[in-house]
Structures are given as C-alpha cells and as structure tokens.
Design a protein around this ligand. Structure first.
Ligand SMILES: Nc1nc2c(c(=O)[nH]1)N[C@H]1C(S)=C(S)[C@@H](COP(=O)(O)O)O[C@H]1N2
Ligand SMILES: [Mo]
Length: 429
C-alpha cells in the first residue's frame, strides 16, 4: 500500500496537509485555536506508527468478516459504557440499574443501556404462553394473545420513562449524572393505543380507574385514572425497533407517558376496569409522600420538569481551558420542554441554551450552550421550563416546601463544580 501523503484518498476526505493548512477555518477558528498543534503531540498511549502520516496497523490487513457478530455489540473500546448498578444497595429482588447518561449523546437510550428497576426479578416469559386479560366494568371481558395484540393498528412514539425515586431525597446523592438521575431513559415505543383496546371491550358507566397487574413475582399492581388510559397510554411491545428487552417487560408492558415509571407496569397480564383505585402496596406504603404537616400526598402521577448537564458532568475532567460545549437533557411529564437556561457562574446569571430538534412531547430534549472556560473554578447548572410555564426548582426550594420525610419526586437542579484542574464534581453533595 502507498503512503497517503498529500493525495486525496478515494473517500474524498481532505488530505493531512490540506487539513493542517485549513484546519482551524474548518473547525471554526476560536474553537480549536492552538488545539491542532496540541493534538499532534504524542499522548502516552499513542503508537507513533499508527499516527499520521503513517498508515495505521488496521489498514494493513482486512478486518473481521461479515457474520462474525450476528447481533452487533459496541466497540471493545467502549466497554466502560455500561449500566450503573449501585453497590450500596441490596440488589437482588428489588433492584435498579441506571443509564450512564454522561456517556450518551442525543435523546435515545440504546436498549442495552435502558435503566431497569424491578421488584421481584426479571421473569422469562414465553410470548406464546403470555395472555393479557381485560375485565371488570366492560361489556365484553377479553383475553388477548400476543398475536391478538399485534393485530390492532399500532403506533410509535418517543417517550422518556423515569422512576420517581430518581434520586430520592436521602443523601448521599452520588457523584455522576447517572448516580443522580440515571433512573431515566428514552426510547421509541411501538404498541397499541390502550384506548383502542378498551373500545374493543366497551367501557361501562362508572369506569373510573384501571388496575394493571404484572406477571412478575412481585405481581406489581397500580391503579391508573381512566382519563390517562384514554389519552396517550400504550400497550407497548417494541422499543427502538426491536421487541422489548426482558428487563423492560417482554413481551408486553403498559406505558404511561410522563407518569412516574412505577405505573408503567411491565410483563402486563391483567387490566381490571373499576370504579375505585385498588390502594395496592405500590400506591400506599410506597410512592406516596409524607408532608411536614402530617398529610400524605398520594397518586402523584406526573414527573415535573427537570434537566441536567451531562457534559461536562461529575466524574469527567475538562482537559484544557478554552472552548467547551455544555450539553445536557431536559424533560417534563406535562409535555414539551419550552426552554432551558444554563448558568456558568453559580446561579448569578443565566443564558438560554439552544434546544436540539426534535423537541417532542414527554420525550428527552437535548440542549447545548457554547462556553469558553477561563480555567478558573466554576459552578455550572441547567434549569428547565416546560410548556405549562413551570420552572425547575433548586434542591433548597424543594426541601423547604416538602420537609424531611419526602422521598419521591425530586426534580431539583443539580449544579456541577469545576475545579481549576478541570475535575467535575457534584456541587450539592
Ligand atoms: N411488573 C412490574 N412492573 C414494573 C416494575 C416491577 O417491578 N414489576 N417496576 C416499576 C418501576 S418502579 C419502574 S421505575 C419502571 C422501570 O421500567 P424499566 O425497568 O423498563 O426501566 O417499571 C415499573 N414497572
Ligand atoms: Mo420506579
């Protein structure tokens, strides 16, 4: 093979020398000023033989043949991008694994990194033996096979799913974006509108709630107001184009966009239409909150507006002063994110971030803000506002209203502290 010197290769990419001449213009001047020379320097791990202008090792022989992986997996160099499983919790029957939000881009969570939360382990369900039973206040009680479900007209929507204990109000809050709010993911879901299935059975007068039950050892049970069931609730069987993962409820889950994750019952086996909620364990002893005056907030369905900077974020390090894009995610159970403001001066002033299209209802929204870091210690944070005009509060504001016994629904602003050496840590810890 000949050495690629100043000859354009057949991919039409700029050659090295042209890149050196025009490089800073291509990358927008100020952004990388001085940076190119820096990247020419050898890092400790670099093998000079693989660097320009030499031909790297991996060009000198053909790569792996087709079919060496029948289900693709990430590059071995990405092996650190995995679910975050807290080791300070008993992790068998009631378990959680968090999405590594700080390592992801865009708004879609890859299926292998979707957060998982389960109360009785992950059942292995043969779809041929799975049934969904629909009964109670309906004209025609029905039992569906998975084939029956998939014969209904289907729809696909991108929605986030978030656990309402994400995080809970008990310290310590954790070091990384994943420790803080990694019980959050976003996927394109495909399934059947619950409304369509309910029309098939015929709702009777007095139908006010639907009690959903999962086919796991926990028989997770939650009551859902009928309005939500007739609005955007889905019986989902696919996630990002392929069938649900077992951890996400294979072969069928309920999906209630914008509601606390606990209500999106996985491994869905039963829907009972009722006049009253059932007051199950998960809506009485759990997923309710004690206010300072002794009253209890129950049925706190909606996930309020929230955001977090994922880059730079806790556990990461800024390599050099100068240009850095601040990027993160924002979401609201009430609908679209209207704006995100970012502060780089510990909350003294705020700038409006750019929202990356698409901005979707009850989905994650990516935001970005260009930033010149002067190399001095700084505190950065983001604040979401949703379509209702609601503004994401600070942790201090939430604690002042909700008191010491509140556990779920912590949608606080999470500031990151950047030290002079570039290290990023949790400023609320
Ligand atoms: N059947 C069943 N459904 C369930 C659960 C469960 O343990 N069993 N966990 C709930 C909780 S607490 C959450 S936050 C979401 C998590 O969904 P995921 O594991 O797909 O992320 O599922 C909910 N649905
Ligand atoms: Mo949850």
């Amino acid at each position: 093979m000949t050495e690629p010197t100043d000859v354009d290769n057949d991919l039409g990419l700029p050659s090295r020398r042209r890149f050196l001449r025009e490089g800073s213009a291509l990358l927008g001047g100020a952004v990388m000023a001085g940076g190119l020379a820096g990247s020419e320097a050898l890092a400790a791990s670099d093998n000079a033989d693989n660097l320009p202008p030499n031909v790297p090792e991996w060009m000198k022989a053909p790569g792996d043949p087709m079919g060496s992986q029948l289900y693709g997996t990430p590059s071995p160099f990405e092996k650190g991008v995995i679910k975050n499983i807290p080791d300070n919790l008993p992790q068998y029957l009631s378990a959680s694994g968090r999405t590594p939000l700080q390592d992801l881009d865009g708004i879609i969570t890859p299926n292998g990194l979707f957060y998982e939360r389960h109360h009785g382990g992950v059942p292995t369900i043969d779809p041929a033996q799975h049934r969904l039973m629909l009964h109670g206040l309906v004209d025609r009680p029905l039992i569906f096979t998975m084939d029956d479900i998939r014969r209904f007209p289907s729809e696909s929507h991108i929605y986030f799913l978030e656990c309402s204990g994400n995080p809970n109000y008990k310290k310590p809050y954790g070091k990384t974006a994943s420790d803080l709010v990694g019980l959050l993911s976003c996927a394109e879901w495909t399934g059947v509108s619950l409304k369509v299935v309910l029309q098939e059975a015929g709702l009777q007068p007095g139908a006010k709630w639907i009690v959903a039950e999962g086919a796991d050892a926990a028989a997770m049970t939650r009551s859902i107001p009928i309005e939500k069931c007739l609005e955007d609730a889905m019986l989902a069987y696919s996630q990002n184009g392929e069938r649900l993962r077992p951890q996400q409820g294979y072969p069928l889950r309920l999906l209630l966009p914008g509601f606390e994750g606990n209500m999106s019952v996985k491994w869905l086996r039963r829907l009972r239409v009722a006049a009253e909620p059932t007051y199950s364990r998960e809506e009485t002893s759990k997923y309710t909150d004690l206010m300072p005056n002794g009253s209890v907030r129950e049925f706190t369905f909606y996930m309020e507006a929230k955001s977090i900077i994922t880059r730079p974020s806790g556990g990461q390090r800024l390599s050099t002063p100068g240009f850095h894009e601040i990027s993160g995610i924002a979401w609201s159970g009430h609908g679209k994110v209207k704006r995100v403001d970012v502060s780089v001066d510990d909350g003294k002033s705020w700038q409006e971030a750019q929202l990356q299209e698409p901005v979707l209802t009850r989905a994650l929204t990516r935001f970005r803000l260009p930033w010149q870091w002067d190399g001095k210690p700084a505190v950065i944070q983001s604040r979401a506002t949703d379509v209702t005009g609601y503004v994401q509060p600070t942790l201090a504001e939430l604690l002042a209203v909700r008191g010491d016994n509140y556990y779920y629904h912590n949608n606080a602003i999470w500031p990151w502290r950047i030290a002079a050496n570039g290290e990023v840590s949790n400023a609320s810890a």
